[in-house]
Design a binder for this molecule. Structure first.
Ligand code: ZN
Length: 157
C-alpha cells in the first residue's frame, strides 16, 4: 500500500533499557517490550507533566496517536509492575530530536531534528571533513544509516 512511515520525534532515549523484578531468574521471567516512543510518551506526559497537545507536537505526531502510545505504554508498565514481568525498552519507529555527530578528527556537534529532515550534515562544521558519523546512544547500535532508522516492530500510523 506504500503507506508513508511517520517518524516519531524522541528527544531522549532511556539510559537503562532493561528492568527486572528483584530475585527472579531470567529463565522464568516474562517480558514486556516497551517501545522507545512509548517510553518517550510516558516521559513527556507523566514525568514532565506536559499537556497531551504539547507532547504530540514535540513528538511530531497527532494527538490521537499520542494518546494511543501513552495508553499502551501505561498498560505495559502496569502489566510489568503488577504481574512481576521484566521490561525491555526497544524498537519502534522514532527519530532522535537531536542527533549528535562526530567527525574523523573527533569534533562533535548536534543537529536538530528539523535540520536532519531538510539537510542532513555532509561535512564537519569545524574542519570540513566529509568523514562524519552519527553517534548512537548506548545500547542502540543496530539499525540503518542516516535519516529514519527503523528498529522493526512498532506502530504504524
Ligand atoms: Zn572535524
Amino acid at each position: 500500500m506504500g503507506r508513508r512511515q511517520l517518524w516519531r520525534k524522541v528527544s531522549s532515549i532511556p539510559l537503562v533499557t532493561y528492568f527486572k523484578p528483584a530475585g527472579s531468574r531470567m529463565a522464568e521471567l516474562e517480558e514486556v517490550c516497551l517501545l522507545v516512543e512509548e517510553a518517550e510518551a510516558i516521559r513527556l506526559k507523566d514525568l514532565e507533566k506536559l499537556e497531551q497537545e504539547t507532547c504530540a507536537q514535540k513528538m511530531n505526531i497527532s494527538r490521537s496517536t499520542f494518546s494511543r502510545l501513552l495508553g499502551s505504554a501505561r498498560q505495559k508498565m502496569a502489566d510489568a509492575l503488577l504481574n512481576g514481568k521484566a521490561i525491555r525498552i526497544e524498537g519502534g519507529n522514532f527519530e532522535m530530536a537531536v542527533r549528535r555527530f562526530r567527525c574523523l578528527k573527533g569534533h562533535e556537534w548536534e543537529v536538530p531534528f528539523e535540520t536532519m529532515i531538510s539537510a542532513p550534515p555532509e561535512n564537519c562544521p569545524e574542519c570540513d571533513t566529509p568523514s562524519i558519523m552519527p553517534l548512537f546512544p548506548p545500547g542502540l547500535h543496530r539499525g540503518g544509516h542516516g535519516r529514519g532508522r527503523h528498529f522493526g516492530g512498532g506502530l504504524s500510523e
